[in-house]
Ligand binder design. Structure first.
Ligand code: ADP
Ligand code: ADP
Length: 232
């Protein structure tokens, strides 16, 4: 089964005259280990689609499956548990806790889930994001790019099947953005994660294996890289 799939997903906000049709029948699958970018103009439904795929937002109709489990219709409790186990998030605004060190921020999802850190995996993630010598720093002592790499490590520490990234380079300069994207691509190649990234930046999208274009709540086209780009 694919890592994530949407079948004929419709999302309507509000009702009557005030109804906004954010998604008008979206069907798309994300294969395990693929790095996909979702692009489209502002208001085309990118964030709504990502939130529906991640189970953060309920669909109006249609079905979403995450790791083979249908999530449409699951209660909040089960959905929260499923997200905790299978999904990692990276947001535009890094969402790190300022009073915690980088290491404590990275380990937070495990602490919240009451899980014991897998030290070997933690070390691997920290080395891949290149933060070994920054672990004792607090977010305020890190650059924007380093903070976002901490956020990426935090998203990976639970070994999620899927990482959802919403404009992960939106607050970064182009060089820091490239570091974060290199890392996301590396995590796909090295650790087999599936990444779904919303972006309106063509440079960011160029790191993906596949680009899905949304317009007015529909998928209007798709591009796939001919061969996975070689890293290193
Ligand atoms: P994008 O991420 O591509 O900018 P969004 O998914 O944020 O697009 O929005 C798609 C449409 O849904 C827009 O018309 C937006 O105004 C509307 N929308 C998004 N969230 C809400 C909400 N919570 N309530 C009402 N309308 C919303
Ligand atoms: P912005 O693009 O305005 O900076 P973010 O990218 O940080 O916002 O967040 C995008 C969306 O994800 C928002 O609708 C926000 O409510 C939601 N969100 C942000 N942080 C979390 C979180 N830790 N868990 C769940 N949803 C979140």
């Amino acid at each position: 089964h694919p890592a994530v799939a949407a079948a004929d997903v419709v999302k309507v906000y509000g009702s009557g005259d005030a109804a906004v049709h954010a998604l008008r029948g979206v069907s798309v699958t994300f294969a395990k280990g693929a790095f996909t970018a979702i692009m489209g103009p502002s208001g085309s439904g990118k964030s709504t689609l990502m939130h529906c795929l991640a189970g953060l937002d309920a669909v109006t109709s249609g079905r979403i499956t995450l790791g083979g489990t249908e999530i449409t219709g699951l209660g909040d409790r089960r959905l929260t548990l499923l997200r905790r186990e299978r999904v990692g998030f990276v947001f535009q605004s890094f969402n790190l806790l300022p009073m915690l060190t980088a290491e404590e921020n990275i380990l937070l999802p495990l602490r919240l889930a009451g899980r014991r850190p897998d030290r070997a995996w933690f070390d691997r993630v920290v080395d891949v994001v290149g933060l070994r010598d920054r672990l004792t720093h607090r977010p305020g002592e890190l650059s924007g790019g380093q903070q976002q790499r901490v956020a990426c490590a935090r998203a990976l520490v639970t070994r999620p099947e899927v990482i959802f990234a919403d404009e992960p380079t939106g607050n970064l300069d182009s060089r820091a953005g490239a570091e974060v994207l290199d890392f996301l691509r590396l995590s796909v190649r090295e650790m087999g994660q599936t990444i779904v990234m919303v972006t309106h930046d063509p440079v960011a999208a160029s790191y993906a294996d596949r680009v899905v274009f949304l317009h007015d709540g529909r998928i209007v086209s798709e591009l796939a890289a001919p061969t996975p780009q070689t890293v290193l």
